[in-house]
Ligand binder design. Structure first.
Ligand code: ATP
Ligand code: MG
Ligand code: MG
Ligand code: MG
Length: 470
């Protein structure tokens, strides 16, 4: 039996409610009281104070479906079947309550009995030294030992500097040979899209003192994360997260607007998927009060919107189109996120303004960039100078990674260090200029000590976005 995205979300949350968990609403994408993170990237991130003991959780068992942004995955977007810059992470959490036995048993029960996935296609992985998890999978769940994969620290040990850390146990689903890379030795853990990781269970049981000494924590925690879109792709037995019910509707809309047919040409498909992904990210980021800007998370948003706009152009879309697509995002997601509907007009305005701003300079910028390319060819260079890249950024609004991406398509690179230097120089010039001018008697440079990530935040929805627990 197949289930829709909105149904799967509900099934997961209800399942863990039936196991005594308190359901909390997704927290904002903007971290609260946490300067270590630009954007929330996992279900666990906004719950950190409960894990460290800084705050008392409302209950020892909590379940959420958390909005996440992972810009680190941006290069994968459109190319793998399983990555989005935006996705929803389902999670169950134990703050010093249940531990491995329950977590593993419920993972298995949910996947095989509630959702009905074929157990023969599921493979758990464990941390190489975690014999306890091995015994549970093997003896209690009954998974044959050759089906349990042991991975090292890089993959299956969760650690973030010093503090609480511990081994992980992931669950992979075999989507079948047709999705395999065909390389010899392709098996669980291969980075192709055959065995896709659906769920990760983190067992925070140690404290790392920062010098590599691990001591058992008195209060052991469970932190799990499962990508809703990935789960849906597996349950619906479709090629990628771009083919699941809610995202497919959006992808079709991109095809409609651009007049391009999906699955005709790989190059177009990548652009179609990039636009599809990025408009989801942008819609959710704006709904959480992030505004396009040149710094911090505002810049992340700006890059995403501009990259989407450029891929829209590559697909032949003319004029502004992002608000139109955003409407489809909202239609598909308002079930889980009613606030999208409330902020609809605001979201459309922000998108269209940013798109218009970029549209004014993109053609000029692209033509300047072609001139630069021609000059490089003439001079036998393959790397664009940092100052040129900075000029594109400063005058034509081209985020560095956009310039990089355009050049990469033609086999060129960018001198990033020089770009950074030019950026720094400009900042210093601006600072020197401002030092001499007082604004109504106040030294304007004081504003520079404020975290740029925070100053770029739109504060109008602050209360709404932080007041997100039910
Ligand atoms: P992968 O190895 O496939 O990149 P991951 O190990 O980085 O995944 P985790 O950090 O363990 O992922 O996150 C928990 C779960 O969240 C994953 O098992 C997956 O289902 C989901 N997930 C992670 N990154 C993404 C993404 N970019 N898009 C969609 N789902 C994701
Ligand atoms: Mg990853
Ligand atoms: Mg992984
Ligand atoms: Mg993982």
């Amino acid at each position: 039996k197949s289930y829709g995205v909105n149904e799967l979300r509900r099934m997961f949350l209800e399942f863990f409610e039936s196991k005594g968990h308190l359901k909390l609403k997704s927290f904002s994408l903007v971290p609260h009281n946490d300067n270590s993170l630009l954007l929330i990237n996992s279900g666990m991130a906004p719950l950190k104070p409960y894990f460290t003991g800084q705050e008392i959780p409302p209950r020892k068992r909590v379940t959420t479906c958390q909005k996440c942004i992972r810009t680190g995955d941006i290069e994968n977007i459109g190319k793998t079947a399983r990555h989005g810059t935006f996705f929803e992470m389902l999670g169950n959490f134990s703050f010093g309550d249940y531990f491995k036995h329950e977590a593993i048993a419920w993972t298995w029960e949910f996947l095989t009995q509630v959702v009905g996935l074929n157990p023969d296609r599921l493979y758990p992985s464990i941390y190489v030294e975690d014999d306890e998890a091995f015994e549970i999978w093997n003896k209690e769940i009954g998974i044959a030992k050759e089906r349990i994969f042991r991975f090292g620290k890089g993959d299956n040990f969760w650690e973030h500097g010093s503090g609480p850390c511990g081994p992980c146990s992931e669950v992979y689903y075999d989507r079948g040979e047709k999705y395999g890379c065909g390389r010899p030795g392709c098996t669980v853990g291969c980075d192709c899209d055959r065995y896709i990781e659906v769920w990760n269970n983190v067992f925070t049981q140690f404290d790392n003192d920062g010098k590599g000494n691990y001591t058992e924590l008195e209060q052991k925690n469970i932190d799990t994360g499962m990508g809703l879109e990935r789960l849906a792709a597996v349950v619906q037995d479709v090629d990628s997260i771009f083919d699941i019910d809610t995202i497919c509707a959006l992808r079709n809309r991109v095809c409609e607007i651009s007049g391009k047919e999906y699955k005709k040409e790989y190059k177009w498909d990548v652009s179609i998927r990039i636009v599809t992904d990025h408009i989801r990210s942008a819609t959710f980021m704006i709904s959480d009060g992030i505004m396009p800007s040149n710094e911090g998370r505002g810049y992340v948003l700006r890059r995403i919107i501009r990259r989407a706009a450029r891929h829209g152009r590559l697909l032949g879309i003319e004029g502004t189109f992002l608000a139109n697509l955003s409407n489809t995002v909202i239609e598909g997601s308002r079930d889980g996120y009613p606030e999208l509907e409330e902020k609809k007009d605001f979201i459309f305005n922000v998108l269209t303004q940013e798109e218009n701003k970029f549209n004014k300079t993109i053609d000029q910028g692209l033509s300047i960039l072609s001139d630069m390319e021609a000059a490089m060819v003439k001079e036998g260079k393959t790397c664009l100078g940092g100052e040129d890249a900075f000029k594109l950024y400063d005058t034509y609004g081209f985020p560095l990674d956009l310039t990089k991406e355009i050049l990469e398509e033609k086999g060129f690179t960018v001198e990033e260090e020089g770009f950074g230097k030019a950026m720094q120089e400009q900042k210093e010039k601006a600072r020197a200029a401002r030092k001499t001018t007082n604004y109504m008697g106040a030294d304007v440079t004081v504003y520079e000590s404020i975290d740029p990530a925070i100053t770029t935040e739109f504060v109008g929805y602050d209360r709404l976005s932080h007041d997100s627990k039910i």
